[in-house]
Ligand binder design. Structure first.
Ligand SMILES: [Fe+2]
Length: 179
């Protein structure tokens, strides 16, 4: 009696997870699609969203930002991501510090960890896991529109409040909270 050797299932080739560079490339190409950007409904009061198909199973969004709107401080837990301004201008405040991932509620930030970048149309950035930031449209008159991509698709968003150098974890949102 012969025994067949174990063979790995013949299947589709393994698709590599998208890298930060892949996500940045995607948001740059998407932001250049003038027809898509113009299709996003804009609201004078609140942000607007359209879900997009990101590369390699990533989660992507087109977001409209009315003047004066912002996200508040948050991170995307274990996801990496990229975003890029398609029209108008966004500002990103971020922390150049790697925070402990879990098990804390209040953290005192050391001086010098704050970073600011202005992202006019065509400018964006990629970021790694646990990147803490807030994104704002500081214009008093113009909407901004941006394209975002995250991989893995957002498992969690941690939201923080901040007073001076004190960062406080307010809540952890999971996809089921967004329904
Ligand atoms: Fe974010």
């Amino acid at each position: 009696m012969s025994v067949s050797p174990l063979v790995s299932p013949a299947g589709s080739p393994q698709v590599a997870a998208p890298t930060q560079a892949d996500l940045l490339d995607f948001v740059r190409r998407t932001a250049a699609d003038a027809e898509l950007i113009a299709s996003l409904p804009l609201d004078p009061e609140g942000r607007t969203w359209v879900r997009l198909e990101g590369p390699g199973g990533s989660e992507a969004w087109l977001i409209g930002w009315p003047p004066g709107s912002g996200t508040g401080w948050h991170d995307h837990a274990d996801s990496v991501g990229a975003f890029l301004t398609a029209s108008g201008e966004l500002k990103e405040n971020s922390l150049a510090a790697r925070l402990p991932t879990d098990g804390w509620k209040t953290l005192e930030l050391t001086d010098g960890v704050d970073r600011e970048r202005r992202l006019p149309a065509g400018q964006g950035r990629a970021f790694g896991r646990h990147h803490v930031h807030e994104v704002l449209n500081e214009s008093t008159e113009r909407h901004a529109i941006s394209v975002h991509a995250y991989y893995p698709p957002l498992p969690r968003i941690r939201r923080y409040s901040r007073t001076g150098q004190i960062l406080h974890l307010e809540q952890v949102e999971r996809p089921e909270d967004w329904q």
